[in-house]
Every structure is written in structure tokens, then in C-alpha cells.
Design a protein around this ligand. Structure first.
Ligand SMILES: Nc1ncnc2c1ncn2[C@@H]1O[C@H](COP(=O)(O)OP(=O)(O)OP(=O)(O)O)[C@@H](O)[C@H]1O
Length: 367
């Protein structure tokens, strides 16, 4: 899809659902972004992802922005850029990172967002802010519910429905009030009406990929639900999606958490940085919902709408059914060797692209 054709169907914003603001994105000039970021100065750099570097900047009106600058121009990068801009331009929700605009001059491709002063969830759980323990239990529950609401909007209210395909801690940003903003739509996909899933190249991040997606390339809303389950476990425990047990063995966060839940040792799941300051009932809700989301069988995973109800404690009967689910009865036999050797340089924060399936994308429509 040529970049010039991308915006033919962009209407500025989908105002249905929980709209927060009026559409407000615009085209920026390269000159304006150079001046806002002090010529993309190294000191302004906020981080780097697969697409390129992200810089802090300030516009002439004093507002703060984050500018994502494409590293190297290629058709693939151009596509990612166009997908992200198109999706962000269509959606508006209090828990989805707002698009301020974009710039496409020569081979330069830049996306401009609102700046999120509290950076990413990753930085609080495992990165530069982790020692400060700014994420108390109340904030964690808010982040869980807020990010679930952002994803539910994509799955159930956006038209056509959207799957994100890269839900992870570095893609949940935090505003000045620690409210979650789901970001990074470069891998997102529209799901046409009536389709149960799209079969596609696998994109996403190791540790967060649903098995049916990683192995068969079947992408659907439930793949996001799986990734969200991993994110919830990370949020509750402060652990990474995949951890090294020793030099050769790696263990997934679900293989660590499920036996503890089955043995009734919920308190061992809580992040030690909380120093025991959490609401037991909420921890239980969060962890059980996380595990039911991150189970291997997609048909058994809840929808994001169910997830919100469960997290908020609004679905008493559903929660009782969840507590009595077979998966929490018998401690699973965990094979710690499962990941050893097979994913030599697996890094839970590094994006991986695998292509187990075709070059062409085919859409499967429900009969
Ligand atoms: N709007 C923003 N406000 C503040 N910081 C941001 C913003 N957008 C991105 N960042 C920071 O920039 C870093 C890089 O973001 P980016 O989305 O490019 O990559 P990523 O999600 O870390 O990795 P990948 O591209 O591999 O998925 C993030 O870790 C985040 O902390």
C-alpha cells in the first residue's frame, strides 16, 4: 500500500465509544520537529525501538511531545509507519496514546505523540524507575483496568475492529497521573467484519506471543488477550515474561505462577517491592484473570470486556466460576527445559519477527 493512498479513508477519529478529545492531529514540517527536539539531540532521546528512536520535544505553544523517528527507510518500515498513523488517526480513547500528527518529507518518517511524563510500564517494572517503587498497588490496579479498557475499545468499539499484536510492558505508557495509555500500533491489524481471525506473518515480542499465533500465524483478538494476561502477571509480580532460572534454563512467567496459585500461595506472587501493601482480594482477581487470559487454548480465554468486569470485581458469578476452573485445581507438571536451548538469545524485551508462514496474508471469514 503506497503511503499516499493510506489517508484516503482516514476520517480523523472514530468518535464512538468513550471519546476523550476531538480529533486534533496534523501534519508537521521537518523543520518544526527539528526545532522542537533541538535537532534530535542525543539528550532528548527517550528510548529506541524496532522502528527507530523516540525523542522528547517541546512545541512553540509549550506543549510536550514525543517524536518517533524512522531509523532506516524501507518498504516494510514505510508500511509500519502508515499502519500506525492510520490506526492512531482513527481511534480516540482515554487509554490509547493520542496521535499529535506525522511528518513525511523525503525519506524522513516521523510520528508525533503526546509526551507521557511517566514513561513506560517497563521502565517502572524492570528499568530506570524500578528502584523508586512508584507503582503502588492502587496504581497497578488502575493500570490493569485502564489498559484493558484501551484494548477492549480496539477489539469491540473501533470500526473495523483492531488487534494490536504487540501488547507488552514497554507499550503501556503512563501519563502524569499514572493512567495507562496503550501505544505502538505499528504491528496492528484491522479485522474485517465477520472474520474470526487473520492469518499473517508473526510479529510481536517473545514471551508475549499466544502459541497459536507464534506457531500458525493465526492472529485474533484472543492473541491480544493472551499477551495482556502475561502483562498482568508482570504487573502483579514484577517478574519478566521469561526469566533465566540458571545458565541454560529459562522459565515463562505462567509456568512460575500457575503452580503457586494451585498451591494457594498467592502472596508469593506479589511483587516484593510492594512490601506486602496490596489488597489480597484484588491480587487474587488480577492473578486469576491473568492466568485465564494466558492459557494455551484460545477458545477458553475471556474477551477484554469480560476481563474488565472481572478486574473491577463486577462479575461475582463469573469470578466464582473462574476460581473453580479446573486449571487452578491440579498443579501442572512444569518442564523447565521447555525453553532451554530452543530460544538461544531470547530476550523478553526484544521484538522478534518470525515467519513460520506465508508471505501473503489471507483472511479467513467465518462460514
Ligand atoms: N509518547 C511517549 N512518551 C514518553 N515516552 C515514550 C513515548 N513513546 C515512546 N516512548 C519511550 O520510547 C521508548 C521506545 O519506544 P518504541 O515504541 O519505539 O519501542 P519499544 O516499544 O520500546 O520497542 P519495540 O519497537 O521493539 O516494540 C519506549 O520504551 C518508551 O519509554
Amino acid at each position: 500500500m503506497a503511503f499516499s493512498s493510506i489517508f484516503c479513508c482516514v476520517k480523523g477519529s472514530d468518535r464512538k465509544g468513550k471519546a476523550k478529545k476531538q480529533p486534533s492531529w496534523r501534519v508537521f514540517s521537518l523543520k518544526e520537529l527539528h526545532s522542537a527536539t533541538n535537532n534530535f539531540n542525543y539528550d532528548n532521546k527517550l528510548g529506541e525501538g524496532g522502528f527507530g528512536s523516540v525523542y522528547w520535544g517541546q512545541l512553540w505553544d509549550g506543549s510536550q511531545i514525543a517524536v518517533k523517528r524512522l531509523k532506516v527507510w524501507s518498504n516494510k518500515a514505510e508500511m509500519e509507519f502508515a499502519v500506525e498513523v492510520e490506526i492512531l488517526a482513527r481511534v480516540r480513547h482515554k487509554n490509547l496514546l493520542s496521535l499529535r500528527g506525522y511528518c513525511a518529507e523525503g525519506q524522513e518518517r516521523l510520528i508525533v505523540y503526546d509526551y507521557m511524563p511517566n514513561l513506560s510500564l517497563l521502565s517502572h517494572l524492570h528499568g530506570q524507575h524500578s528502584a523508586e517503587s512508584l507503582l503502588d498497588w492502587k496504581r497497578r490496579m488502575n493500570v490493569a483496568i485502564g489498559s484493558a479498557e484501551g484494548i477492549a475499545y480496539l477489539h469491540h468499539h473501533a470500526t473495523p475492529h483492531i488487534i494490536h499484536r504487540d501488547i507488552k510492558a514497554s507499550n503501556v505508557l503512563l501519563d502524569s497521573d499514572f493512567q495507562a495509555q496503550v501505544a505502538d500500533f505499528g504491528f496492528a491489524k484491522f479485522i474485517p467484519d465477520g472474520a474470526t481471525h487473520v492469518t499473517t506473518r508473526v510479529k510481536g515480542t517473545l514471551g508475549y506471543l499466544a502459541p497459536e499465533y507464534a506457531m500458525l500465524g493465526k492472529a485474533s483478538e484472543s492473541c491480544d488477550v493472551y499477551s495482556f494476561g502475561i502483562l498482568l502477571l508482570e504487573l502483579a509480580s514484577g517478574k519478566k515474561p521469561i526469566e533465566k532460572v540458571d545458565l541454560t534454563v529459562k522459565r515463562t512467567i505462567t509456568d512460575w505462577a500457575l503452580p503457586l496459585v494451585c498451591e494457594g500461595k498467592l502472596s508469593e506472587l506479589a511483587d516484593p517491592r510492594l512490601s506486602g501493601n496490596y489488597v489480597e482480594e484484588e491480587l487474587k482477581r488480577l492473578v486469576l484473570v491473568a492466568l485465564v487470559c494466558a492459557q494455551n487454548r484460545p477458545e477458553k480465554r475471556p474477551t477484554m470486556l469480560d476481563v474488565i468486569e472481572l478486574l473491577k470485581g463486577e462479575a461475582k458469578e463469573k469470578f466464582t466460576a473462574l476460581e473453580n476452573d479446573e486449571m487452578f485445581k491440579i498443579p501442572p507438571v512444569v518442564d523447565d527445559d521447555v525453553l532451554s536451548g530452543t530460544e538461544g538469545n531470547a530476550d523478553s524485551t526484544a521484538s522478534e519477527e518470525k515467519e513460520p508462514k506465508p508471505e501473503i496474508e489471507k483472511i479467513e471469514v467465518q462460514a
